[in-house]
Design a protein around this ligand. Structure first.
Ligand code: PEP
Length: 254
């Protein structure tokens, strides 16, 4: 069976009340659907513990949306990988385009985060993807290659084992304009081939998710593509009805 991981990226959204309603709905309606796939919820840092409390006895994991490059010390406002580990976080999203562009994170910073996360045995979800301008000028593959190479060049091999890559074309995030599934398939194949060549991983073990305006009306065509191993979902993951529909459709097709 194909590896498949669904991640809800709540970004700067949520409240205690929303979390309680979200999981009440999931608990009431889901049963078997959550069993077969890996489901991760990434709420704002302040709500990680609240979500963790709500997922006990469910086949759901918590993920963080970011982490600092330092482990402890005078870094006001930051959260370290040790703290995330301390409260039961297993996955950490890094390299999201909103952090690259709104918080000036570059490939080197992201690589530092990647290695810290791996060193502490958590699983990085590394977001890569081109802007609209990159796509227009035919630079998509080059941009993604650079985003991957900053990690590959610092390791000997198998660095992407126990890691997830999320291909997120920047122009498709939060716009309602998802990428063409066949185009996504080509890019996922490119990512997998590049990693296989440089990281010596078995191509079948490489996990590449798609993210960018995924919702329950457009996922079927994505699920038909053999190299899509999951979704990273923003807006559509805030509604438990929509999120569960996505999980159910995935469950029926894969
Ligand atoms: C995201 O933020 O990673 C994302 C894919 O958002 P959306 O699903 O809203 O496009």
């Amino acid at each position: 069976m194909r590896n498949f991981v669904i991640v809800a990226n709540w970004k700067l959204n949520g409240s205690i009340n929303m979390i309680s309603r979200f999981f009440e709905y999931l608990k009431f309606h889901s049963s078997i659907y959550l069993e077969k796939k890996t489901i991760i919820i990434a709420p704002p840092t302040i709500y990680l513990k609240e979500v963790n409390k709500n997922i006990s006895n469910m086949n759901i994991f918590i993920g963080a949306q970011n982490v600092d490059i330092n482990l402890k010390g005078s870094f006001t406002g930051e959260t370290s990988v040790l703290m995330l580990q301390d409260i039961g976080v297993k996955y950490v999203i890094i390299g999201h385009s909103e952090r690259r562009f709104l918080h000036n994170e570059n490939n080197d910073t992201i690589a530092k985060k990647f290695f810290l996360i791996k060193k502490e045995n958590l699983i990085p979800i590394l977001c890569v993807g081109e802007t609209e301008k990159d796509k227009k000028y035919g630079c998509t593959k080059q941009v993604i290659q650079e985003q991957l190479n900053c990690i590959l060049k610092k390791s000997k091999k198998l660095v992407f084992k126990n890691a997830i890559i999320a291909y997120e074309p920047v122009w498709a995030i939060g716009t309602g304009l998802s990428a063409d599934p066949e185009y996504v398939q080509l890019i996922h194949k490119f990512i997998k081939n590049h990693i296989e060549k440089h990281d010596f991983m078995n191509i079948n073990d490489i996990i590449v998710q798609y993210g960018g305006s995924v919702n329950c009306s457009n996922i079927k065509k994505f699920l038909e593509q053999p190299d899509i191993n999951g979704f990273l979902i923003g807006n559509a993951s805030l509604s438990p009805q929509e999120f569960l529909k996505i999980i159910k459709i995935t469950h029926d097709i894969i």
